[in-house]
Design a protein around this ligand. Structure first.
Ligand SMILES: Cc1cc2nc3c(=O)[nH]c(=O)nc-3n(C[C@H](O)[C@H](O)[C@H](O)COP(=O)(O)OP(=O)(O)OC[C@H]3O[C@@H](n4cnc5c(N)ncnc54)[C@H](O)[C@@H]3O)c2cc1C
Ligand SMILES: *[C@@H]1O[C@H](CO)[C@@H](O)[C@H](O)[C@H]1NC(C)=O
Ligand SMILES: *[C@@H]1O[C@H](CO)[C@@H](O)[C@H](O)[C@H]1NC(C)=O
Ligand SMILES: *[C@@H]1O[C@H](CO)[C@@H](O)[C@H](O)[C@H]1NC(C)=O
Length: 536
């Protein structure tokens, strides 16, 4: 659709919506509008769930990962629409604009602050849930695949492995992540040191823009195509499909998990890890999962080295003997598997789990949590680690994951994609605190993690203190509730994107000047009055 037919279309819609009965409810008007734009005979009422629908709660909860955002106090949508075709998504964008209902789009539902299904800045709002749009079309000859936004990354991995045992894709570790939201923020995983991030391996996309047009890479142009590969979800449009480049993987890879407690020398070993893991052979991805262990009287810290090596165990053992003998890796610790089995292993499934678990299309574990992220550019000294251990021991159910950088991820320049955490980054820290339903200490847990984050200030990146946009954190920046303002947004904007933030704002201003796609941490357009002077 070009712009001039678009305008006629909008005019028609405007005339038709004026004639709608003023008393009709918002969702009924929405259905009429959808029918007008797409298929008159399509039974839209069975794909729309209002707060009074019997299945409203189950649809709302279906893919929501952080249960904190499902609590009764969290704002609820007016209705949820589950489109069955790309054209339905297009119509939903036009109709939400026309009817003035704020739109949230959800793919896999893993947003840390639930921004895909909760709006604290605006009511009424609706959810466009892409759960039915999960096509995966793998083309081995071409080394590419088209994957629809509502598919999980696990479904993508499964469909690749079904066609070839020597192809893979370098994206997230958790198999229930939605391709739609995940890739918009970067998408790191166990092959990031060998092949970079998901966004480094995207070659095309299909997206609905703020005017309801479906654009591919050529139609959107290189600026917008740059912005959607790392600039964060739901700021520039709605991704319908990504076209990705497949990468080669060996027939046999090796995985291991080795745990060391403080009594077993964990502090010294992790000091060595900080030097080794970001610089070792690109084929080795060795992260560390850190949590308290033991009992109340004798609490310790357990550091689990959880790794994927793109090669066999003999080569891995040689590599570790030369570079990291302190870990004491043995043949017994190593498991040689296919790449797709390694996906299940790293995602935490037991070794005999059928591969088809990747097709279940949603998460099998959910909890209440608050998380934060940091990037480390210089090894954390021993006194820093000691303070960290004692803080972890104070909290009920904390968790840290240290992810090594370097390799291919660090060979991409900071401005090649909006994701700026490249050369010089040793590793990323993710901090989490998790609690159960009925835990009355939510505020205490959140307070604990904020204090921990303050404690870490001297040991992590500065000016700006960097953060990963896919680990969305509404504490960042100056104003938690309202970042539609450019000055306020630059607080978190610089942390997530460094200098790329300014370019993202310019692209936003050009392609979505009215801020159709917005949320608590979306890229803000410049106010209309300042556009003329700053775009050039
Ligand atoms: C358990 C867990 C494990 C994780 N592991 C990893 C990991 O290994 N690697 C990694 O990089 N990240 C990881 N993440 C973070 C993850 O990448 C982000 O939470 C990501 O945004 C999830 O995408 P989603 O589609 O599942 O989420 P959603 O909640 O559906 O969406 C996230 C954001 O993107 C927007 N969005 C959703 N769909 C679209 C679309 N089609 N077009 C445009 N915008 C859209 C939403 O509105 C929201 O703002 C993990 C998160 C969790 C909870
Ligand atoms: C706690 O763990 C230590 C070390 O494993 C053990 O010696 C001790 O008996 C345990 N105490 C209790 C109360 O279980
Ligand atoms: C990364 O940074 C280091 C030190 O600043 C520099 O020597 C190296 O050339 C850089 N590498 C790349 C790929 O830019
Ligand atoms: C957010 O900020 C914008 C611009 O500064 C303002 O128009 C809007 O009313 C604010 N919204 C809230 C909920 O404070």
């Amino acid at each position: 659709m070009n712009l001039s037919t678009m305008n006629n279309f909008s005019l028609l819609l405007l005339l038709s919506s004026i004639s709608l009965a003023a008393s009709a409810s918002l969702h009924q008007n929405f259905i009429q509008c959808l029918s007008f734009h797409t298929d008159k005979s399509f039974p839209f009422d069975s794909s729309i769930y209002t707060q009074t629908s019997a299945s409203f709660s189950s649809v709302l909860e279906s893919s929501a990962q952080n249960l904190r955002l499902l609590e009764p106090s969290a704002p609820k949508p007016e209705f949820i629409f589950t489109p069955a075709t790309d054209a339905h998504v297009q119509a939903a964008v036009l109709c939400s604009k026309k009817l003035g209902i704020h739109l949230r789009v959800r793919s896999g539902g893993h947003d840390y602050e639930g921004l895909s299904f909760v709006s604290v800045i605006e009511t009424p709002f609706m959810i466009l849930d892409l759960v039915k749009l999960r096509g995966v079309d793998v083309n081995i000859q071409d080394n590419t695949a088209w994957v629809q936004a509502g598919a999980t990354i696990g479904e993508l991995y499964y469909r690749i492995a079904e066609k070839s045992s020597v192809h893979g894709f370098p994206a997230g570790l958790c198999s229930s992540l939605g391709v739609g939201g995940h890739i918009t923020g970067g998408a790191y995983g166990s092959m990031m040191r060998k092949y970079g991030l998901g966004v480094d391996n995207v070659v095309n996309a299909q997206m609905i823009d703020a005017y309801g047009r479906i654009l591919d890479r050529e139609a959107m142009g290189e600026d917008l195509f740059w912005a959607i590969r790392g600039g964060g979800g739901a700021s520039f449009g709605i991704i319908l499909w990504w076209k990705i480049k497949l990468v080669p993987v060996p027939q046999t890879v090796t995985v291991f998990t080795v745990t060391k407690t403080l009594e077993q020398g964990a502090t010294n070993i992790i000091q060595k890890w900080q030097q080794v893991a970001p610089n070792i052979d690109d084929n080795l991805f060795m992260r560390v999962i850190i949590q308290p262990a033991g009992n109340k009287t004798q609490r310790t810290i357990a550091t689990s080295y959880n790794a994927l090596y793109l090669g066999n165990s003999r080569m891995l053992l040689d590599l570790m003997k030369q570079n990291f003998p302190e870990l004491g890796l043995t043949r017994k610790d190593c498991l040689e598997v296919s790449w797709i089995r390694s996906v299940l292993y790293i995602a935490g499934y037991p070794n005999d789990t059928p591969l088809e678990v990747l097709l279940q299309g949603k998460s099998s574990f959910k909890n209440f949590f608050k998380a934060k992220s940091d990037f480390v550019r210089e090894p954390i000294p021993e006194e820093g680690l000691e303070g960290l251990w004692s803080r972890l021991k104070d909290e009920d159910s904390p968790l840290m994951i240290w992810t090594p950088y370097g390799g291919a991820t660090s060979r991409v320049s900071e401005s090649d994609t909006p994701f700026p955490h490249r050369n010089g980054t040793l590793f990323k820290i993710q901090y989490l605190t998790i609690w159960d339903n009925g835990d009355k200490n939510e505020a205490k847990h959140v307070q604990w993690i904020r204090k921990l984050y303050n404690y870490m200030t001297p040991y992590v990146s500065k000016f700006p203190r960097e953060a990963y946009v896919n680990y969305r954190d509404l504490d960042l920046g100056m104003n938690k509730k309202n970042s539609t303002n450019y000055i306020e947004a630059s607080g978190w904007g610089n942390m997530y994107f460094k200098d790329n933030f300014n370019r993202l704002v310019k692209i936003k201003t050009k392609f979505d000047p009215e801020n159709v796609f917005r949320h608590e941490q979306s890229i803000p357009p410049l106010p209309i009055s300042s556009v003329a002077s700053s775009i050039g």
